[in-house]
Design a protein around this ligand. Structure first.
Ligand SMILES: C[S@@+](CC[C@H](N)C(=O)[O-])C[C@H]1O[C@@H](n2cnc3c(N)ncnc32)[C@H](O)[C@@H]1O
Length: 317
């Protein structure tokens, strides 16, 4: 592009002004030498995100001050996203876009559980989306093993008067659906088999929607065996990636067998994180075709694997 600009300038122009998130001026003198001057920030371009050449319409926008985002260390007081939190910011917005597509499935006055919520960016984001932007009544509960983060998030939620946003220091394996009001579960990067427990709960509670972004799928790496696949499985890194994909394919198939429509999609560009698969499932109430289970059994046998979700669902039913 620069070559083109300089070529055009040589023919017709002495000055070129470029406007983006910076103002840049290129000048050409009589000897046809170029200088670049006037590089300064464009204060009107808050919505331009570095690394992209066009402003994106985020659901929770950059440049818009949001108290909880400031307190969780995502933005500064002017609403600008901190450089080292850009990735998290994009994840949050991508998640909300995917949530928006299925939000009509979520009944009023129901509960959403964030399993392994950590610093709870998504719990706050879902609360913001449903209760503030959409003015709906949805309760959000986050569960994590780390007491200090749970306490911190509860303090923040109290401080902002988010009465339907609560956090619990509990193992997700033991959560119960006491009031039968849980309509959705989410898990973002719940490590290894924690994702399986999250999905297992969602299925046995009959949740309408599940959104799971798995990570650290180590379980099958240590089990997988298939002589016909040695060409791939003899290489550690390929075996690791294959085991991850196999884990998520099996999860998706189990969820489908249990009566859900399943979409496996790219959560966030590979460029930003390798943990980029989202399994989004919406309950259909349709009985699954019997062949789905037959094919699954053939696959787990072929690869000699016993995934946690498989055991939880089929051994307990
Ligand atoms: C990688 S962090 C992700 C945190 C958050 N979801 C996010 O994406 O920012 C995984 C979190 O899951 C929590 N966790 C792992 N196993 C858990 C379990 N069995 N019960 C509750 N929380 C768990 C960890 O304490 C940790 O905070």
């Amino acid at each position: 592009m620069i070559d083109y600009i300089l070529e055009v300038m040589e023919e017709n122009f002495k000055q070129c002004n470029i406007t983006g998130n910076k103002f840049i001026t290129i000048l050409m003198n009589k000897k046809r030498n170029f200088t670049i001057t006037g590089v300064k920030n464009n204060i009107n371009s808050k919505k331009v995100v570095k690394g992209h050449n066009k402003a994106k319409n985020y659901i929770i926008g950059e440049g818009e001050y949001v108290d909880w985002m400031y307190q969780l260390g995502l933005m500064d007081k002017n609403g600008a996203i901190l450089q080292h939190k850009q990735k998290k910011f994009r994840q949050i917005n991508k998640f909300l876009e995917m949530l928006k597509d299925i939000e009509s499935e979520i009944p009023e006055n129901s509960i959403i559980i964030d399993m392994g919520c950590g610093k709870s960016y998504l719990s706050f984001a879902m609360y913001h989306y449903f209760n503030i932007i959409k003015k709906r009544n949805i309760e959000i509960r986050g569960y994590d093993l780390k007491k200090d983060v749970v306490d911190y998030c509860n303090n923040l939620s109290d401080k902002f008067g988010f009465k339907d946003l609560k956090f619990y220091c509990e193992d997700i394996a033991g959560i119960e659906n006491k009031d039968d009001k849980i309509s959705m579960i989410i898990s973002l990067h719940a490590c290894d088999t924690a994702t399986d427990y999250a999905i297992y709960h969602g299925i046995r509670w009959g949740c309408k929607v599940m959104m799971n972004v798995p990570c650290c799928q180590h379980e099958l790496f240590y089990q997988i065996k298939n002589e016909n696949m040695d060409i791939m499985l003899n290489h550690g890194i390929i075996k690791e990636r294959f085991a991850s994909l196999l884990t998520d394919s099996i999860r998706a198939r189990i969820i489908e067998i249990m009566g859900y429509k399943v979409h496996v999609m790219e959560f966030i560009d590979m460029e930003h994180t390798p943990k980029n698969i989202m399994i989004r499932s919406v309950k259909t109430n349709k009985k699954a075709n019997e062949n789905l289970k037959i094919e699954l059994d053939k696959l787990v046998e072929e690869y000699n694997v016993k995934p946690t979700l498989y055991n939880l669902i089929f051994k307990n039913n």
